[in-house]
Design a binder for this molecule. Sequence first.
Ligand SMILES: O=P(O)(O)O[C@@H]1C[C@H](O)[C@@H](CO)O1
Length: 266
Amino acid sequence: MTKQRPLVGLICGSGLGLLADSLKNPELFPYADIPGFPQSTGRLVFGEMKGRSCVCMQGRFHMYEGHSLGKTTFPVRVFKLLGVETLIVTNAAGSLADGYHPGDIMIIKDHVNVPGLAGLNPLTGPNDDKFGPRFPAMSSVYDKGLRCLAMDIVKQMGVAQFVHEGVYAMVGGPNFETVAEAKLLHRLGVDAVGMSTAPEVLVASHCGMRVFGLSLITNKVVRSYDDEEQVNHEGVLEVGKMRSQSLQTLITQLVGRMDMNNNTHT
Ligand SMILES: O=P(O)(O)O[C@@H]1C[C@H](O)[C@@H](CO)O1
């Protein structure tokens, strides 16, 4: 039990869990102790960031682990019931865009939900009208005001040259992309690809939360048959650790400066 009623929820991507350790006056709840959560390592951390009450998922659930999308996104519904109004999601992703490099940060402008296009969507099934509408619009999911604020912050941090704004695609995983899949995603206008985020964002947006998302570019996705480079999860985690400080600073500043009365999502 906690008495905290956070307005901001955070989901930490692979290698980015340190963010949760920066919360002040933390209260920790292992997932294994929370009814309805998948039995998994990881924990919910309640605490303050820049004096603002937050709740953070230190470790997220992925579809490729075998969880249903309902289970994968269950914590977002819990966030909503706790009073969370703004969701910040982070992930590790491979880059497809020319000009992106490992260690760069991408502010997510939009996403392509590849499993969703094939009918794998957490909003499938009976709609619970208490949370949101049957047919939610998704044309302005990633809040413009927060994206502009994040751009201002990275300029002030002096790291704007490593930061892009782009389109994220979720694939089901757990395998990384074939060359043909990478070429396809690139042609579709995808800048970075990963294995998470879209389901949580859909559920958050459906219930009226303001959403902000960041991808940490951990590797280049191989798009040529002549390229012998092979991506691996250990490398992804390594880059995550390398850049976690900049990411943490950006998110901390964002939480400190965001307008809490300006939930621009309608
Ligand atoms: O939780 P995220 O999306 O950060 O995790 C990424 C995608 C895969 O789970 C893993 C691949 O290395 O990292």
